[in-house]
Design a binder for this molecule. Structure first.
Ligand code: SF4
Length: 248
């Protein structure tokens, strides 16, 4: 987990250096011509570029410190937005150049998102929280239909649905099973939760996090002993910890 975060911190710094260089060049090239309009304009542009670069590097410094140290991050929500909207595609691109798998980057992205979400205390009543599970967590030969209602589980214990159903009953909590990203988005639209705890593979989580931002989401990657999309499982204790972060 720590090394995944370090990879993300290094990629974030590389992205910021790339963006910083582009900003500097965007100033440098026209600045050569700006002097012809007014002699003070290149200086003004230079000051603007320095302020922008300082903000970028300060933000990166805060983010990197938070990632490495695990301590509370200042301006966490704003930084979460910047990472989602601006840095993520550049980080994936740079990661690709260094042959870092997208799965690893997406996992680190989910870790960082969780750290930023959890650095802010948000307490809400349990009915405002939604837990979303992927359908592949159900044992593939189980005949019970749990997509509409997880309480239909017959409690045989062949998959983690039994334990997650117990969590749902213990906290009187909404747990929904989605057969894909589209249905997950639909459920969020319908139920309008204040926060979400989502379980899925790293790719689905990364896509979902970006799509439903700024809704706070704690993203928990599933475990895949039989590969993607079949008989997956999850650390139920991690799901419960995420739930407890949000509820009063
Ligand atoms: S625990 Fe529930 S959902 Fe899982 S296989 Fe058994 S009956 Fe089906």
């Amino acid at each position: 987990m720590k090394s995944r975060k370090t990879i993300f911190a290094v990629l974030t710094i590389a992205s910021i250096i790339l963006i910083g260089t582009i900003i500097f060049l965007l100033w440098l090239i026209p600045a050569i011509g700006l002097v012809n309009i007014h002699p003070f304009l290149p200086k003004l542009g230079f000051i603007a570029v320095i302020v922008l670069l300082a903000m970028l590097f300060l933000g990166t410094g805060i983010l990197t410190y938070g990632i490495i140290s695990g301590k509370e991050i200042a301006f966490a929500q704003r930084l979460r937005g910047i990472v989602m909207k601006m840095l993520y595609p550049i980080i994936v691109m740079i990661g690709g150049i260094f042959k870092i798998s997208k799965e690893e980057i997406n996992g680190a992205f989910a870790d960082l998102n969780n750290q930023l979400v959890m650095s802010k205390q948000r307490k809400m009543s349990i009915d405002r929280l939604l837990v979303l599970l992927p359908h592949c967590i159900q044992y593939d030969e189980c005949k019970v239909k749990i997509t509409g209602d997880i309480h239909n589980c017959a409690q045989c214990g062949k998959c983690e649905i039994k334990n997650l159903d117990a969590l749902s009953k213990r906290y009187n909590l909404q747990i929904s099973v989605a057969t894909g990203g589209g249905l997950a988005k639909k459920l969020i639209k319908e139920k309008r939760p204040e926060a979400v705890v989502a379980v899925a593979c790293e790719k689905e989580l990364a896509m979902g996090l970006k799509e439903i931002y700024p809704l706070p989401v704690i993203a928990i990657p599933n475990e895949r002993p039989y590969g993607y999309c079949i008989n997956t499982t999850v650390d139920v204790a991690a799901v419960e910890k995420a739930i407890l972060h949000f509820i009063k």
